[in-house]
Design a protein around this ligand. Structure first.
Ligand SMILES: O=C(O)C(=O)[C@@H](O)CO
Ligand code: MG
Length: 251
């Protein structure tokens, strides 16, 4: 059975960040992720995770914070210097939090030069942090217009081109359904590259129990593929987070 994590940027937002760790543990999650944790001291966040007994599974890199910033710039040709200094900051946070994965966000960009820069930045980052697990995640163009990485085949090609053992695919089932219309077939195609999974109902991006994705079937498929990583709940709860957790296995 895969392990389940709660995305604390989107779940339990009824509570201050420091209280979300314990709420997630109480609800049955054994891991947590925070998209952009950089507004709070890493030590403080680590204390919250340790006290609640949950593992930190993932954080995003860059940008520096969640409020209003761009969704990364690793594929933006004029931002390479900034990418490098922000990556180092993400690495320090990831080390302090003992985070399993760092998601490297491409940002809005297009064309051959963006592809070249993204590959170059990823090569640099994988060499800079040989013991960290880095991921890249295709985001659907409806929710994230102009985002460079918007296709699963493109992501698999980039991972192969970078050719680093510590770079893998972040498979968000919501984005997969939005992009391809068939989350199960997409999973079958790319499963070998997947390091981390995120889930949400589609359409709407609410609880995994709503929408067209059959999550019990998807969890069975994932388990049958031999995936032993985390599945993280990354959705906007329709109401109070606690009231919408029926989808979580083992509850
Ligand atoms: O939007 C998503 O899906 C993510 O996983 C985020 O990391 C992007 O902010
Ligand atoms: Mg995601």
């Amino acid at each position: 059975m895969p392990r389940f994590a709660a995305n604390l940027t989107m779940l339990f937002t009824e509570l201050p960040m420091q209280d979300r760790f314990a709420a997630a543990a109480h609800a049955g999650f054994t891991g947590v992720e925070i998209l952009f944790p950089y507004d709070i001291a890493a030590k403080e966040l680590a204390r919250g995770a340790i006290a609640a007994g949950v593992e930190m599974v993932l954080l995003n890199c860059p940008p520096p914070n969640w409020a209003g910033g761009p969704r990364g710039f690793a594929a933006q040709p004029d931002q390479q210097e900034r990418f490098r200094s922000d990556f180092d900051r993400a690495l320090r946070f990831a080390q302090a939090l003992r985070a399993t994965h760092i998601h490297v966000m491409a940002g809005t960009a297009q064309g051959v030069e963006a592809h070249r820069v993204f590959v170059e930045n990823l090569r640099w980052a994988t060499e800079r942090a040989p013991h960290a697990s880095l991921t890249i995640e295709p985001l659907n163009p409806t929710d994230m217009p102009g985002y460079f990485l918007n296709d699963f085949d493109q992501a698999v090609e980039i991972i192969a081109e970078v050719g680093a053992a510590n770079l893998g695919l972040q498979f968000d089932a919501y984005h997969a359904q939005m992009i391809t219309g068939d989350v199960a077939a997409t999973w079958q195609r790319v499963a070998a590259q997947v390091r981390h999974i995120q889930i949400a109902g589609c359409p709407g991006r609410h609880e995994p129990g709503c929408g067209v994705i059959d999550y019990p079937a998807f969890f069975a498929l994932v388990e049958a593929s031999g995936y032993r990583g985390w599945i993280s709940a990354e959705y906007e709860p329709e109401n109070h987070t606690e009231d919408g957790l029926d989808w979580l296995p083992r509850r």
